[in-house]
Design a protein around this ligand. Structure first.
Ligand code: NAP
Length: 286
């Protein structure tokens, strides 16, 4: 029997992550570590939910009064239409990764953008210009979060139409869309003091590949890879070799989880305990 199961009581409240697949998620280890460290009567459980069952699953959250839920791939966009209300951030991004209760209403929040910004501030602050690679779910959250803080964005996506649509949604002249070609990316890298990979390129099991050629990176630049499995991607190894500052996605994972945890419990979670649990989980997978 696991340590978590031993602590279940008649009053234990349930937190959950819904995804499809969900088996890879490190959120249960991360949140249960925080719950144990704080001695809370909560348990965080992963559920595999097929997209066509999400409506039923959210009805279950209401019926069983789960304290809160995280949503992961591919459910974040669909969840927007299943809640009673959205935070302004979730409405802008069009994505929900956290369900929580506010005055009896089931609310949707997106903590990816705030989690990313907190991890960046912790690592030294916001850049003037960022090159963002990827206009998928996380690319959207990160572009909106950076644009809101006045950061100039250069955006490239494999499917250019998706990048153009995102730039239009963000509006004004804050986002410049460029092609995903090597020469355009090299040029953009010279200008950007932050490069963020929001694509899945380099993610396990397809390790060893990078969205940028090594010669694009330079000293004095911060290179942030949202991918956290493996903790050092080919992009981050190239960044290190070029004298740039590498940051992996672990701290963003921890910070976005911490935002959710605060909404659910009102308690400040132990970030270092959460990070240690994530690193332990990654080691087990390696
Ligand atoms: P997503 O919505 O599925 O978007 C995937 C993105 O990757 C799209 O921009 C897609 O381009 C691009 N892409 C996929 N394969 C590519 C390839 N071979 N070459 C170039 N571009 C490619 O996924 P997501 O939710 O944004 O997640 C992206 C990555 O961020 C994943 O590795 C995920 O684990 C990570 N992530 C980390 C955190 C964290 O807390 N650290 C949070 C969220 C996500 P197209 O538009 O052309 O398909």
């Amino acid at each position: 029997m696991s340590e978590t199961a031993l602590r279940l009581t008649g009053k234990t409240r349930v937190l959950a992550v819904f995804g499809c697949p969900v088996e890879h998620s490190l959120s249960p280890a991360m949140h249960n570590a925080a719950i144990r460290a704080l001695g809370l009567d909560l348990v965080y459980v992963p559920f595999r939910v097929e997209p066509d069952r999400l409506r039923d699953a959210v009805a279950g959250v209401r019926a069983m009064e789960f304290l809160g839920v995280n949503l992961t791939i591919p459910l974040k966009e669909q969840a927007v239409s299943l809640v009673d209300g959205l935070s302004p951030g979730a409405a802008r991004v069009g994505s929900v990764n956290t369900l929580w209760w506010k005055d009896g209403s089931l609310m949707g929040e997106s903590t990816d953008g705030p989690g990313f910004i907190s991890s960046l501030e912790e690592a030294g602050g916001l850049p003037a210009t960022a090159l963002v690679l990827g206009a998928g779910g996380s690319g959207r959250a990160i572009c909106f979060a950076l644009a809101e803080r006045g950061v100039r964005i250069i955006l490239a996506n494999r499917t250019p139409e998706r990048a153009r649509r995102l730039a239009e949604e963000i509006g004004d002249a804050g986002v410049r869309v460029i092609p995903m070609g090597a020469e355009a990316l090299r040029e953009a890298c010279r200008e950007a003091d932050l490069v963020v990979n929001c694509t899945s390129v380099g993610m396990s099991p397809n390790i060893g590949v990078s969205p940028l050629t090594p010669d694009a990176l330079r000293a004095g630049q911060t290179v942030y890879d949202l991918v956290y499995n493996p903790p050092e991607t080919a992009l981050l190894a190239d960044a290190r070799a070029a004298g740039a500052r590498p940051i992996n996605g672990v701290r963003m994972l921890v910070h976005q989880g911490a935002y959710s945890f605060r909404l659910w419990t009102g308690v400040e979670p132990p970030l270092d305990v959460m990070e240690a649990a994530v690193m332990e989980g990654l080691k087990k997978e390696a």
